[in-house]
Design a protein around this ligand. Structure first.
Ligand code: IPE
Ligand code: MG
Length: 229
């Protein structure tokens, strides 16, 4: 979800207004994607590297998370059903940089969400692809230390099982808006054979039609996975 800051700047607004607009687009795209039957989506909301931003901006983004989580709690209390279930991925351990009240709210959210039929919406918070791979490696090292699994027997599946996205469908398509042509530490392991769709559109301007365009481009790709034709 990139380009919020530039979108706001173009309008003479503070960057945080761009993030607010971005949250609305996020909601709309979730609804639309769930309607299309996409089994899983991952939104890069806040990276492990984003903490270096000005403190006011970080605080404003954290407040948006709070507001989102509180709205979700209200919906839960009112039994309002969504077509997707949210999962949070990233380093969300206690004692890290994510504020404790947010950690508490998002754990509550995860507990209620178990409907297997629904689209999975992963929200990446304090997320980094390298950190995720390191986390998976640490898990394997612990298994080896306990002699539950010997290093010679490690498989790609074992690494996969230690990722935040363990058990989820394979990643098919990465969409990056805002004109940047890089992965920025997003889903590094998972994207090994993913297709990429880049666009200059800024995230707050992203619409259902852009998702359709990305999906149409994806459908026209020839995925060979190393094979011929
Ligand atoms: C949103 O866009 C991504 C977040 C880290 C919340 P940006 O804030 O990166 O917007 P630009 O790239 O400065 O335009
Ligand atoms: Mg950016």
């Amino acid at each position: 979800m990139d380009g919020n800051g530039r979108w706001a700047k173009q309008r003479g607004l503070p960057r945080t207004e761009g993030h607010k607009a971005g949250v609305e687009v996020f909601e709309r795209i979730c609804e639309y994607a769930a309607g299309l039957g996409i089994p899983a989506l991952t939104f890069y909301a806040f990276s492990a590297e984003n903490w270096v931003r000005p403190q006011e901006e970080v605080a404003a983004i954290m407040n948006l998370f709070r507001r989102q989580l509180e709205a979700a709690e209200r919906r839960k209390a009112e039994n309002e059903e969504k077509r997707w279930r949210i999962r949070y991925i990233g380093d969300l351990e206690d004692g890290g940089p994510v504020p404790a009240d947010i950690l508490r709210l998002l754990r509550d959210m995860e507990h209620q969400a178990s409907d297997k039929e629904k689209t999975i919406v992963n929200i990446a918070v304090n997320y980094g692809g390298r950190q995720e791979i390191l986390h998976a490696a640490q898990r394997l090292a612990r298994l080896a230390q306990a002699h539950a699994l010997e290093p010679e027997d490690f498989t790609e599946q074992d690494v996969d099982d230690g990722l935040y996205t363990a058990g989820q469908p394979a990643l098919d398509l990465v969409i990056r808006p805002s004109g940047e042509l890089r992965l920025s530490n997003f889903l590094l392991w998972q994207s090994a054979y993913a297709e990429f769709w880049f666009s200059d559109i800024l995230w707050p301007d992203f619409t259902e039609a852009h998702l359709d365009a990305a999906l149409a481009a994806y459908a026209a790709r020839n995925r060979r996975f190393g094979d011929v034709e």
